[in-house]
Design a protein around this ligand. Structure first.
Ligand code: FES
Ligand SMILES: [Fe+2]
Length: 380
């Protein structure tokens, strides 16, 4: 049988005695964070360059010399598995005259990376180890030369990077936070396999995509959920944990079981946001990750990852799990398609003089809080 997540001894996050929504209230905010190029530049240097971002799955780099790249907000990074099993990451930028060292998105078994322009050679940690016709250079210019290092780490079977580099990046688990590590950890993502990644190029800020996961107000109108779901969604809880959030939406078909156990892992949709752009959506037996990767102020590569437990499809129990999971995943892709239709409507208004602000309800306060966190970081 595949692992089914259960709350066990973890704290209840729904039910009596749990504060369901922070004491925040309705608010208004400017539309500028979504469209201001100056703010985007500040986010690039003060947020995207200093926080942990998802680059891929550990299973994409299983062996020494296996590598993947991360591309976003003007950056290109190579992440490689080392002989000792750790990961190293470095900017995919040749120190000679600047082109990307590798053109492909991933590869395996690399021992060296050679720039296609003049043949400078880098090892799998990004250190410069070969320069053709080296004597023609000033030796002092090449001392200890390397492609700038990027921090790399793994948790939950995910590869994370931090552009601040290994010296300055905070500890990955501290950034995710102990509550999310424990609660999300119960899904055992490290034992899952990547079933599919779907990618959309969307014409809005990555923050507009995150907003869509920071409220459930839109599901009735946009996603045509059942009245039972709308009612259950009003019972959701969300919890602010520093820069990050957890949210739990009761699943209406399991209301009785939920109220008997307050086991949110089994009977609620569990949702975790790691600032700034990592969003986990969890069902007891499978998990989606949403990563809206900023490309520019109003352009985003939105990746949607589906993880499932591996198994033998000739085993009837596993086959039932697989079929159920695939049906749910197919529905979810349709739901995301509905969100994307809204991003197209937002594209039409992004330069409109009629669009000036957002008016947020008390149940949309997670959006307000997210943008407050962002403002604090770029103004701090
Ligand atoms: S630009 Fe890379 S070797 Fe010259
Ligand atoms: Fe949605």
């Amino acid at each position: 049988m595949v692992h089914v997540a259960r709350r066990g001894d973890l704290p209840a996050r729904l039910g009596p005695g749990v504060q369901h929504i922070p004491d925040y209230g309705p608010s208004r905010m400017s539309r500028d964070p979504y469209t201001d190029p100056a703010q985007f530049q500040a986010e690039r240097s003060k947020v995207l360059a200093t926080h942990w971002l998802i680059a891929g799955r550990s299973e994409q780099v299983p062996g020494a010399g296996d590598w993947i790249t991360y591309e976003g907000h003007g950056e290109t990074v190579i992440i490689t598995r080392q002989v000792d099993g750790t990961l190293a990451a470095f900017h995919n930028v040749c120190r000679h005259r600047g082109p990307a060292i590798v053109g492909e998105m991933q590869g395996c078994g690399a021992r060296r990376f050679t720039c296609p322009y003049h043949g400078w050679v880098y090892d799998t940690t990004g250190k410069l180890v070969g320069v053709p016709e080296r004597d023609d250079f000033d030796a002092g210019h090449l001392v200890d030369m390397r492609a700038p290092a990027v921090a790399a780490g793994e948790w939950g079977g995910w590869v994370w990077i931090n552009l601040a580099g290994p010296e300055k990046a905070p500890a990955l688990l501290d950034s995710i936070g102990p509550e999310i590590v424990a609660d999300l950890g119960e899904f055992h993502m490290e034992d899952m396999v990547l079933h599919e990644v779907v990618e959309w190029d969307v014409p809005v800020s990555y923050k507009a995509v995150v907003d869509g996961f920071n409220e459930v107000y839109h599901v009735t109108q946009l996603h045509h959920v059942t009245p039972e779901f709308t009612k259950a969604a009003r019972e959701l809880s969300f919890h602010v944990l520093g820069d990050n959030y957890m949210a739990f939406v009761p699943r209406p078909e399991f209301m009785e079981q939920l109220e008997a156990t307050w086991d949110h892992h089994r009977f609620a949709i569990c949702h975790y946001v790691v600032f700034p752009n990592t969003v986990f959506n969890c069902n007891p037996g499978h998990v989606q990750l949403f990563t809206p990767i900023p490309i520019d102020v109003d352009r985003t590569r939105f990746k949607c990852w589906e993880l499932i437990h591996p198994g033998d499809r000739t085993d009837p129990d596993y086959a039932a799990y697989y079929d159920h999971t695939m049906a749910h995943w197919a529905t979810l892709k349709g739901v995301v398609g509905e969100d994307i239709a809204i991003y197209e409507q937002l594209q039409r208004t992004k330069r409109s003089s009629g669009y000036t602000e957002h008016i947020l309800s008390s149940r949309e306060c997670k959006i307000a809080m997210y943008h407050e966190t962002m403002a604090r970081k770029i103004n701090g």
